[in-house]
Design a protein around this ligand. Structure first.
Ligand code: PMP
Length: 429
């Protein structure tokens, strides 16, 4: 595989953009080498600046659940663009997508749209604080909720990859209100709550973690959190930026049958355009301005192009519910195939999977939290990543990321990927 043009583009980018990228994990720092510059994409494939064709297992970090340049989404954006791209005034399509989202997701009455998952989580926490009158929050080590100050305390994903879990620029004042707990450890959460009685506004978590690789909630973990929240007057926030409209039409709440108090969205809900959202039952959402005192706003929030893309995406997912079965089966097929390929070379690994989220950790211990994820062999991950890339298979360039399976992938693509894993496994240690 050749990367001359990507290399030249990266060199040019580095002169005018910090690190050459607009979001750190894209720079390949965790795995080394030159980031691949994309030219275009269609369905399950990326085409890079050197003309290489890659099978894509990232899918824009989640949004492209039906594949790239999906026609109903693209057409909806084109048609909307002809009518003007932003007004900063209410439009009918905002109500249309809000009504559909509220119908698809359990336990929410109202939803507000923002421009990113970061904004959604930041606003959800402000709302939780405004609603409860309490200031502290609990987050889990290794969970990522965007780059707003309160969350850059042992965040997963790029923040871990870059060794800056506590970023400079986050004040101690902010950090002291974020309490850390261990994912999948209810006793630990209980201890944190009792040490901060009546001070905790909310617990925020990824109901399936995707920012320390994919980590499922242990049996009883989500139920236990719900109970602790109820007993202590704490709001439970599910960050469904990854899981929303992906694990089921109603997200993780539907999959696990657990009710969250506030839910945040991003990725799939925008169909590949910059969209985030947060939602809750009416009594909570009515605390937001302009009817309530909790302020939150955005010039481009509810942007018509973004809403058109999101609406086209949600309509399709709502109408064709068998998509979920289809992507889950494809992911299971990949899981089994990779497992056999890696086993045949005697490699130590753990594959975690929930629905269409999957990741490989090079560790033979169960990977259940940040510590066990961090204990895996990163040298093997690097070899795995570059080996697959060389075979035309593009996975996330960090072990602290989940892969996202899209429905455009064919079983032939999956077989190609599994064969590539078998080949690459020979070079693992
Ligand atoms: N929450 C989760 C669970 C995420 O995975 C992400 C981004 N990967 C975010 C929040 C932040 O979303 P954004 O990058 O759109 O700001």
């Amino acid at each position: 595989m050749k990367y001359q043009r990507s290399s030249a583009l990266f060199a040019a980018a580095q002169k005018v953009i910090p690190g050459g990228v607009n979001s750190p994990v894209r720079a390949f720092k965790a795995v080394g080498g030159t980031p691949v510059f994309v030219e275009n994409a269609k369905g399950a494939y990326l085409y890079d600046a050197d003309g290489n064709k890659l099978i894509d297992y990232i899918n824009s970090w989640g949004p492209m659940i039906l594949g790239h340049a999906h026609e109903p989404v693209v057409n909806a954006v084109i048609e909307k663009a002809k009518k003007g791209t932003s007004f900063g005034m209410p439009t009918e399509i905002e109500t249309e997508i809000a009504a559909l989202a509220v119908a698809m997701v359990p336990n929410i009455d109202k939803i507000r749209f923002v421009n990113s998952g970061t904004e959604a989580c930041m606003s959800a926490v402000r709302l939780a604080r405004g609603f409860t009158g309490k200031e502290k929050i609990i987050k889990f080590a290794g969970c990522y909720h965007g780059h707003s100050d309160s969350f850059l305390i042992q965040a997963g994903s790029g923040a871990v990859t870059f060794g800056a879990p506590n970023s400079p620029g986050v004040t101690q004042g902010t950090a002291k209100d974020t309490l850390l707990a261990t994912y999948n450890d209810l006793d630990n959460v209980e201890e944190v709550i009792s040490a901060n009685k009546n001070e905790i506004a909310c617990i925020i978590l990824e109901p399936v973690a995707g920012n320390m690789g994919c980590i499922p909630p242990a049996k009883g973990f989500l139920e236990g959190l719900r109970k602790l929240c109820d007993e202590n007057n704490i709001l439970l926030i599910f960050d469904e930026v990854m899981t929303g409209f992906r694990l089921a039409a109603g997200g993780a709440q539907e999959l696990y049958g657990i009710k969250a108090d506030i839910v945040t969205f991003g990725k799939v809900i925008g169909g590949g355009l910059p969209v985030g959202a947060f939602a809750a039952r009416e009594e909570i959402m009515n605390h937001l301005a302009p009817i309530g005192p909790v302020y939150q706003a955005g010039t481009l929030s509810g942007n018509p192009l973004a809403m058109a893309a999101g609406l086209a995406m949600l309509k399709e997912l709502n109408e064709k519910r068998d998509i979920y079965d289809s992507i889950n089966k494809k992911t299971e097929y990949l899981h089994k195939g990779m497992e056999a390929a890696l086993n045949s070379e005697g490699i130590k690994f753990t594959i975690n999977r929930v629905g269409s989220m999957i990741s490989v950790h090079f560790s033979d211990m169960p990977v259940t939290d940040f510590e066990s994820a961090a204990a895996a062999n990163n040298e093997n991950f690097k070899r795995f990543f570059h080996g697959l890339l060389n075979e035309g298979v593009y996975i996330a360039p960090s072990a602290f990321e989940t892969w996202f399976i899209c429905d455009a992938l064919s079983y032939e693509d999956l077989d190609v990927t599994i064969a590539a894993c078998g080949k690459v496994a020979k070079n693992l240690i």
